[in-house]
Ligand binder design. Structure first.
Ligand code: AKG
Length: 302
């Protein structure tokens, strides 16, 4: 759905000016947006997930862990598709204030795409290199976005999400390396073309929410805090009329579920001039493994 058509519907939860700012800059930060009651419920299940991760010694379909992850000292990078692992995560994605927020920015008919919980563990939790999302999951149009919730307070030490304002209106960059392998981030050469000096780092207390457009250039630095992780629960949505044109890298029983309104009768099209991702229908590892070019990670996606 085009911004004009979205803006023509009355907002539920945002001011009209906030919606206009999102379409202009490609991102939004809403401090303390998620209620304490929701945060407490999300923490209860998230603590359980962290405990469960103690049983794994290497990454699998559910837990993406750092190399020195152990039962005694877990070091989680990501819980993949939280919605598949506890009904609470699905309730949050499909029926909460973040679903209202998605509706204000995507229009009345909305589809769920995927979810992930990035932990960015303390004491060096890995960076996420500068990238755009739409190349991971191209759609027929660009009415696609991701909403992140900081489950804990985030400052400049814990590795806040950084965004480049206005980059959603610019180039769709190649996210392959010079050996033609998908790495899911920009090359050093392309980064020189980007106004990284304008990057904004989104910080705030627990419950603050980030929104980034599917073409917005974003990334985050290492978490250098000695004791505090930076759990960021991310849910991606699209307008119902934006259809994925490649297989979803992280399948879930909820992929493509209409969470507001109704299914589209017609697809809407924006020309997609980016390069297509590899065929991930047979498996995908994670953005961390791919960006770090860990052994087997790129191959797994081919
Ligand atoms: O966790 C972050 O800081 C960024 C997450 C992200 O961009 C991603 O997982 O695609």
């Amino acid at each position: 759905m085009t911004p004009d058509k979205v803006l023509a519907h009355a907002p539920k939860i945002l001011d009209q000016s906030e919606r206009e700012i999102f379409f202009e800059t490609g991102y939004l930060l809403k401090e303390r947006f998620v209620s304490d009651a929701w945060l407490a419920r999300l923490w209860e299940v998230t603590e359980r997930m962290i405990d469960e991760s103690r049983k794994v010694s290497s990454s699998d379909d559910k837990f993406d862990v750092e190399k020195d992850h152990t039962a005694e000292a877990p070091k989680l990078r990501r819980l993949t598709q939280p919605v598949d692992h506890d009904p609470l995560y699905w309730e949050f994605a499909s029926n909460s204030m973040i679903t209202d927020l998605a509706e204000d920015l995507l229009g009345p008919n909305i589809k769920f795409h995927h979810s992930k919980l990035n932990f960015k563990w303390f004491g060096g939790g890995e960076e996420v290199k500068w990238h755009q999302d739409i190349q991971f999951w191209p759609h027929t149009n660009f009415s696609v976005l991701t909403i992140g919730v900081y489950l804990d307070d985030v400052d400049d030490v814990t590795g806040p999400m950084g965004v480049v304002p206005g980059s959603h209106k610019g180039e769709i960059f190649d996210q392959y390396n010079s050996d033609d392998q998908w790495v899911g981030c920009l090359s050093d050469g392309d980064l020189k073309k980007v106004a990284l000096e304008d990057a904004v780092y989104l910080q705030g207390p627990a419950g603050s929410v980030t929104v980034h457009h599917c073409r917005t250039l974003h990334g985050s630095m290492t978490n250098n805090h000695p004791t505090k992780a930076r759990p960021l629960l991310l849910n991606a949505f699209s307008s119902a009329d934006a259809l994925p044109i490649t297989p979803n890298p992280t399948p879930s029983r909820y992929n493509g579920t209409i969470v507001r309104g109704e299914a589209a009768r017609h697809a809407e099209f924006d020309p997609y001039r980016g390069r297509l991702p590899p065929d991930w229908s047979r498996g995908y590892s994670s953005i961390f493994a791919l960006q770090q070019e860990e052994a087997g990670a790129t191959g797994a996606a081919e």
